[in-house]
Design a protein around this ligand. Sequence first.
Ligand SMILES: Cc1cc2nc3c(=O)[nH]c(=O)nc-3n(C[C@H](O)[C@H](O)[C@H](O)COP(=O)(O)OP(=O)(O)OC[C@H]3O[C@@H](n4cnc5c(N)ncnc54)[C@H](O)[C@@H]3O)c2cc1C
Length: 298
Amino acid sequence: MPFSVEFFPPKDEAAEARLWRAVRTFERLGPAFVSMTYGAGGSTRDRTVRITGQLAAQTTLLPVAHLTAVNHSIEELRALVGAYADQGITNILALRGDPPGNPLGEWTKHPDGVEYAEQLVRLIDDLGDFHVGVASFPEGHHRAIDLDHDTRTLVDKLRAGAEYSITQMFFDVDDYLRLRDRVARADPEQGNKPVIPGIMPITSLASVRRMTELSGSVIPPDVQERFAAAAGDGPEEDREAVRAVGIDFATEIAERLIAEGAPCLHFCSLNFAKATSEVLERLGVDMTSVLPVASAAR
Ligand SMILES: Cc1cc2nc3c(=O)[nH]c(=O)nc-3n(C[C@H](O)[C@H](O)[C@H](O)COP(=O)(O)OP(=O)(O)OC[C@H]3O[C@@H](n4cnc5c(N)ncnc54)[C@H](O)[C@@H]3O)c2cc1C
C-alpha cells in the first residue's frame, strides 16, 4: 500500500536532529513522497525551503513542498516557486493558508497576492512543469458555506491543474468516502484524480484537541469516549493508554481506507517515526530494513 509522510519545519537544532532521525527511518520504509508544511513566519518559512531542498539533495525521498498564499505578493510566490525549481523540487502542495495567529480568524489577502488556492495552482502551473496538489476537507472547510460550495472549490482547484488532493485529518472514514463521491458526482473527470486521506496517529489527547480547535474538525462522540476512557480521570492523561488507542484507531481507519481503495495513506508524523511505523507494521509493511538487528545481520 503506498503511503506518504508529512513533516513540519523544526524550531531548533534538537528538533531538527529528531526530524532527521525520523526522515532516515521513513527513508528505509519507502514512502511514495514526503511533504513539508509551510508556516506563517519568516524564519519557519526559510526552514521549510532549506529542509525541503535538503530532502531533495540528501535523501532518496521525493519531497513535496507546501506553499501558502499568506502574506505573500505574487512576485514573492513566483520567486519561491523558482527557488524550489532551482533545488530540483517540482512537487508543490498549493494552499491558501490560514490567518497567522488565529487560524479561524478573518482572512486578509496580501494587497498584491492571491485570494484563493485555485489562483496559486494556476500561478505555479504557469511557471513550468510542476506537479501540483491541493487540500481537501472530508467534513467541508470551516469557511465553506456548505458541502456543495466546498465541493465546487475542490473541483475548481482540480480543474485549474491540480493533480491530486490530500485531505485534512478526519475521524470518520464515511466523511472521506462522501467527499470522494461528491467530487465524482460534481465532475467525473476530476473525480478520477487521487484523494489522498490524511491520517494522524494520535499519541496524546491534548495535541489532538489543539489540532481540532485549529482546523474546526469535529471528533465524533464515540471516538471521544474511547479516548477519554483511555485517558482516565486523573489530573494527567494516561499517555501510554491514549497512545495505544491512538495506534489502534489509526490502524482501523487505515485498514478501512485500504479496503475502500484509497490511493495512498498520508501520515501526519509530527516529525516522529515511531507511531506511524507501528501503524505501518500492523498494516503489513515490511519493517525488517528499519530494525537495527536485522540490518546488522545482513
Ligand atoms: C493536507 C493539508 C495540508 C496543509 N498544509 C498547510 C501548510 O503547510 N501551511 C498552512 O498554513 N496551512 C496548511 N493547511 C491548512 C490550509 O491552508 C487551510 O485549511 C486553509 O484555510 C484553506 O486552504 P485551501 O488551500 O483549502 O484554501 P482554498 O481552496 O482557497 O479555500 C479557502 C476557503 O475559500 C473558499 N473559496 C475558495 N474558492 C472560492 C471562490 N472562488 N469563491 C468563494 N469562496 C471560495 C473555500 O470554500 C474555503 O472556505 C493544510 C491543509 C491540508 C488539508
